[in-house]
Structure formats: C-alpha cells, structure tokens
Design a protein around this ligand. Structure first.
Ligand code: HPA
Length: 256
C-alpha cells in the first residue's frame, strides 16, 4: 500500500532530467490511469527531515521536454492528484517578465491570474456545478512557499535573488510566444508575468478541492519588455535546482 501523500509538486522548466536521488525516491515511479488518459510519471520523494513523502512529477516529460505547455493533459495530472488523495499542489513555472521591476532569475509567488487561453478545457465538467470564484492561489499554500523561499535565502541556501510575494500572472495559449502588442495589452490589463501553464491547472485543482500555489521563476523578459537591458535567458537546470528544494521545504512546513 502507498503511504499517505499530502502534497504533489508539479515541476515545470528544467524538471525533465532532474536527478532526484538527493531527495531519496521511495519506490518505482508510477503513472495513474484517469478518465482523461495516463498521468505523467509520478515519483515519491522522502527528503531528509521530511515528515511524510511528497509526490513529484515533471509536467513537460520525464527525461526530456516531450510536451510543451500547449499540449499538456492538465485534467489527467489533477485527476491523478485527486486519486492519490493529495490536499496541496505546489508547482513551479518558468515565466516571462512584463513589469519593469522584474529581472531574470527573480522569483514570484503569484497572487492572481488572468486567463487569456482560448481552447483549453478548464473544468471536469460536472453539469450542475458552478465552480466557486475566489482567489485561484490558496493563501496558506502561498505563504508556505514565500516563508520557505525567504528562509532559504536567509540561510544562504539560494543564490542572491529577489522574491516577489505578490503579482498577477497572465496565461496565454501558446505554443507560440506572444507578440509585442499582445504583451502590451496584458501589461495594461495588470499582468506582471506571463506563462502558458497555470490555466487550467489551478482551476482544475480548485474544482477538485485541492489547494494550489505556484512558484514562478522569471526565465526571460516577455516580448518587447527587456527595455534596454541585456536579454538574459535562464531555462537551464538552475531553475529546477532552485525551485524543487523551496517547494519541498514549503511542503514540510504545511505537513508538520
Ligand atoms: N511567454 C509565455 N510563456 C513563457 C514565457 C514567455 O515569455 N517565458 C516562459 N514561459
């Protein structure tokens, strides 16, 4: 029998190919069969000092990037979390910076989201249910990430980086990157960062009664938003190596 699993961490940028051995994977990785198809491969991690195991999966593929954001099976991932009895999902997401105060390699824990996707299924589709409105990101789960990130920064476990504790994420459809005019539209609408993965992931989690929070890693400036700065990009292993330990520590805070 599997142990009780309270938390699923969904890895984004650079999660594929991450060596999980420092976090002591417990048993053979597995997939969950769902009405929407197979879930991504899920590993159970038992980091030192953790009170209970944490489930982990890489959204875009296990050993290599096999599915970009526009082609993910969001319902299978969230259904699998529900089947495992998970109560919290943490994810990390690579994003482009729209607001000029943001730099590549900053972190943000978004507090709200604007959904500009067009064709994605954002519900499990129970005909009588109107999913509740309310903050998409769970306040307690967000605080756990912010506190874990600040604690790691203070003890020198992270490179010097800025952690933005609030901000608005806009989700675009992809797979193409946005035009400059689109980014300007989103900026005027109040968006500060842009990505392609959080919708419908967060809404499906909400519908399934699972609290959800995201750690966004700024990987690039959004189209037209370098504003004279060197157009630095960071899509390498550093993204995963920064985000996974923070989210594991956040899980430990919630599960204690
Ligand atoms: N746009 C959309 N999604 C992204 C970006 C971006 O600039 N960077 C990382 N994910």
């Amino acid at each position: 029998m599997r142990p009780v699993i309270q938390t699923l961490i969904i890895g984004g940028t650079a999660a594929y190919g991450l060596d999980l051995s420092p976090w002591h994977p417990l048993e053979d990785p597995f997939q969950v069969q769902t009405p929407y198809g197979e879930s991504p491969v899920i590993s159970l991690l038992q980091p030192e000092g953790a009170s209970s195991p944490v489930a982990f999966c890489s959204r875009h593929g296990r050993n290599a990037l096999t599915r970009s954001a526009a082609f993910l099976n969001h319902r299978a991932i969230i259904w699998a979390a529900h089947r495992l009895g998970v109560t919290t999902i943490f994810s990390w997401n690579g994003v482009g910076a729209i607001h000029e105060r943001l730099e590549v390699d900053d972190l943000m824990v978004p507090s709200d989201l604007i959904d500009f996707t067009r064709t994605r299924v954002t519900t499990f589709g129970r005909p009588k249910l109107t999913p509740a409105a309310g903050p998409p990101f769970h306040p307690t789960a967000r605080s756990a990430i912010i506190d874990a990130a600040n604690a790691q920064l203070e003890k020198g476990a992270l490179p010097k980086m800025t952690i933005h504790p609030v901000g608005v994420y806009v989700c675009t459809e992809g797979p193409r990157l946005e035009t400059e005019a689109e980014i300007e539209l989103y900026r005027r609408a109040g968006a500060e960062i842009v990505g392609m993965t959080l919708s419908p992931e967060v809404f499906l989690a909400q519908e399934a009664g699972i609290r959800y929070a995201s750690l966004c890693y700024i990987t690039n400036f959004a189209t037209g938003r370098a504003l004279g700065r060197w157009p630095k990009r960071e899509f390498g292993p550093k993204v995963a190596q920064t985000c996974l330990p923070i989210l594991l520590a956040a899980a430990n805070r919630l599960n204690d």
